[in-house]
Design a protein around this ligand. Structure first.
Ligand SMILES: [Fe+2]
Length: 309
């Protein structure tokens, strides 16, 4: 009953804004114990195709340690962090976030007093206040040599209760969304759509919040999966995705990123990729020479890759 409530209330704004989402196809499922690096990279990463990897992180000590409130307190410095008690929309008002000491935020999260609560993403790195948690996330047998990501941190932790994510895509880097605690439903759709310009403007500005609707004849070819504890969802760059929790419990997600293959960043048939180079120069430090050389080299690598397929 409670789970059904969560499902219907927190999915609103995610599923209801996309036409035809009720007919979403299942995301392909792989099993970590039989997945090789070669298969993962060749069939999924190189082709930018999303997949759900069951059991990808079941060997991580995070799976048990992070369920204990005291473990968080004992393994972190008590820095101030931003928290929010609202759903994740693309354009949150500044007054929707507040600042508080991390340990107080952890207490508040575990107490589940707020209807919705989230702590801003915590980055695991040598110099961060949660560096001690590195040992709990020892990687993936099917991805031993992932390159350093270009934009995102290697590892960041999402800590939430009932918070969902707005529709968004990652303009760079490959992502494994690892579900350490709690389950989520994810829906994704591919970047190669004739109407992508219309769809992206609509979603990036959260226009559905003001009652606007997408043309119901647009078929975004959505795919969906339930990501359960111990699973990792592979999300390629430029694939829009929306997520919401399917259980009423404290959730922890470890987002693991690595560098996209060059040919992926050179697929100029992708509207969102062209848009990245044209409209988002800040992603390249507003350096036009950097944009031209990066995109030109990536395009060349894409042509070479495509010729070899
Ligand atoms: Fe994401």
């Amino acid at each position: 009953m409670e789970d059904q409530f969560i499902h219907t209330s927190l999915s609103d704004g995610i599923t209801s804004v996309i036409p035809g989402i009720e007919n979403a196809a299942p995301i392909p499922v792989l099993y970590a114990e039989s997945l090789t690096e070669k298969e993962f990279v060749k069939n999924w990463v190189d082709k930018s195709k999303p997949c759900l990897i069951k059991g990808a992180i079941k060997h991580w000590s995070a799976m048990s340690n992070w369920k204990e409130k005291d473990y968080w307190i004992a393994n972190s410095r008590n820095e101030n962090v931003k928290v929010g008690a609202f759903r994740n929309f693309a354009l949150p008002r500044p007054d929707q976030m507040e600042e508080m000491p991390f340990h107080d935020a952890v207490e508040r999260l575990f107490a589940q007093k707020d209807d919705v609560f989230k702590i801003s993403a915590r980055v695991i790195a040598a110099d961060t206040h949660v560096a001690a948690l590195e040992k709990d996330t020892p990687g993936f047998p099917f991805l031993p040599d992932a390159g350093i990501p270009r934009k995102y941190p290697r590892k960041r932790i999402l800590m939430y209760h009932r918070a969902s994510s707005n529709w968004h895509f990652h303009p760079m880097d490959e992502t494994l969304m690892c579900q350490v605690s709690g389950s989520k439903r994810i829906t994704v759709f591919p970047p190669h759509l004739p109407e992508m310009r219309t769809v992206s403007r609509f979603l990036d500005q959260d226009r559905y919040l003001s009652g606007e609707q997408l043309d119901p004849s647009i078929n975004v070819k959505p795919m969906t999966a339930d990501v359960e504890e111990g699973d990792a969802m592979y999300i390629p760059p430029f694939w829009y995705h929306g997520l919401y929790p399917t259980q009423d419990e404290v959730g922890f997600t470890l987002v693991y990123c690595w560098k996209s293959p060059w040919h992926v960043m050179g697929d100029m048939s992708n509207y969102l990729l062209r848009d990245l180079y044209k409209r988002h120069p800040y992603m390249f430090k507003n350096n036009q020479l950097l944009i031209k050389s990066f995109s030109g080299y990536a395009w060349l690598r894409h042509l070479i890759w495509k010729a070899g397929q």
